[in-house]
Design a protein around this ligand. Structure first.
Ligand code: AMP
Ligand code: GLY
Length: 421
């Protein structure tokens, strides 16, 4: 099987790494890929979707996997499918679950999927009135994609009103903020669950926990994610069952009823409040860095999972997961998440300890290659992944690997997985 992966992050690297181990996979391409994916396969410098479809046709690509949300929201899946190509990801219509928070919240309400109490509006007075009825903090969200910045947790009613005014006037996020969600703040613990869907059936992956804040103890600004681990002991069978019955099943049935069956990765951002899973958000792709720790936990071939999902055959698939734990620690560049940083050469010391060498690896993200040398050029540069029989063991190994990786300005959290320990 020849596979094309769209994207350039650590998420796409980790999917590539899993496919590389898979005997079924002959050729692996990344578009555009990064300075390290070129070691796993071939990087293709094509950005335009029709041209990518041409490439897939001409290069006999059997399966295309879409990593990030932007091409999905743009409709890359529809373009490939119109050409008869096999592609794993949701249609443009189904990608609205991530592309529009208003669509998502109204969908949740329509199909009785538990979520925070909210209103959706483009009217400032309506928003202000609802804000007054809520206890603080109040959550304000821009409707459209804002690169992870469109959610404001306002400590006071005034701050919430300012956030609404900024969004509705178009000043904060342009058109993406022309409609807003105002909702109640949920106090609990957050989880990420990932269901690989084929429109009808799904395979649920082990529950993960991300660490969105930049600094230890969940302090500092929000980021794309500074580390993750799975499976998390914060989820027991009762919670898995509730998520399946109350979130995933009604979502798949609901999307079918809406005429937009959901194929691809359904990423469910959950807040567990008093043992009840409430849906915070949907994303329509893998989380990053969650993907980097989930891929190594798959025992079954990754190509089969993605291919069967893309061809509506999940009902006949049995996926096995490792009984290990995975912990991933993100190493970011000096100025992340504020601004870009000077490129810095990455040096990885040889890991001499077999125990560490055999149970860790690096998933590369914001890196480029020059004369065979690797440079940190992005915000989140790489993820050190450790595997082990316990979270403690996986974590110890991940951090030992971090100690072997050097680049100027590197920063990382030292408390990944703390909630599980
Ligand atoms: P979202 O993009 O909707 O997941 O929001 C980003 C982050 O904001 C989430 O991961 C949560 O940490 C936080 N958040 C969003 N909505 C709420 C809410 N209703 N209550 C508490 N925290 C929230
Ligand atoms: N790690 C969270 C995300 O990918 O959105």
């Amino acid at each position: 099987m020849n596979v094309l992966i769209l994207g350039s992050g650590g998420r796409e690297f980790s999917i590539g790494l899993a496919l590389k181990k898979d005997k079924e996979v002959q050729k692996l391409y990344f578009a555009p890929g990064n300075g390290a994916t070129s070691e796993l396969g071939e990087n293709i410098a094509i950005a335009e979707y029709e041209e990518l479809a041409d490439f897939a046709q001409n290069s006999e690509i059997d399966l295309t996997i879409v990593g990030p949300e932007a091409p999905l929201v743009d409709g890359v899946v529809d373009i490939f499918k119109a050409r008869g190509l096999t592609i794993f990801g949701p249609s443009k219509e189904a990608a609205r679950l991530e592309g529009s928070k208003v669509y998502m919240k109204n969908f949740l309400a329509k199909y009785n999927i538990p979520t925070a109490r909210y209103i959706e509006t483009d009217h400032i007075e309506t928003a202000f009135k609802f804000i007054e009825t809520l206890p603080v903090p109040v959550v304000v969200k821009a409707d459209g994609l804002c690169a992870g910045k469109g959610v404001i947790i306002a400590a006071t009613h005034d701050e919430a009103k300012k956030a609404v005014s900024g969004m509705l006037s178009g000043k904060s996020f342009g058109d993406a903020g022309k409609k807003v969600i105002v909702e109640e703040f949920l106090d609990g613990y957050e989880l990420s669950m990932f269901a690989i869907c084929d429109g009808e059936d799904y395979i649920l992956l082990p529950a993960a926990q991300d660490h969105k804040r930049l600094l230890d103890n969940d302090e500092g600004p929000n980021t794309g994610g500074m580390g993750a681990y799975a499976p998390t002991p914060l989820v027991d069978d009762v919670i898995y069952q509730k998520v399946k019955e109350r979130v995933i099943r009604p979502t798949l049935d609901g999307m079918k009823a809406e005429g937009a069956p959901f194929e691809g990765v359904l990423f469910i951002g959950l807040m567990i409040v008093n043992g009840e899973p409430l849906t915070l958000e949907f994303n329509v792709r893998f989380g990053d860095p969650e993907c980097e720790i989930l891929m190594p936990l798959m025992k079954s071939p990754a190509s089969e999972l993605f291919y069967k999902a893309a061809t509506k055959q999940l009902d006949s698939l049995n996926v096995e997961f490792s009984d290990q734990y995975a912990v991933g620690v993100v190493m970011a560049s000096r100025n992340y998440p504020y601004k870009s940083s000077e490129p810095a050469e990455i040096v990885v010391d040889k890991v001499v300890h077999d125990d560490i060498a055999d149970n860790t690896h690096i998933s590369y993200a914001g890196v480029s290659r020059e004369d065979g040398r690797l440079f940190a050029t992005g915000g989140r540069v790489l993820v050190c992944v450790g595997l082990g029989k316990s979270i403690e063991e996986a974590r110890r190994r991940a951090y030992l690997l971090c100690g072997q990786v050097h680049f100027a300005g590197k920063k990382l959290r030292t408390d990944i997985a703390y909630q599980a320990l």
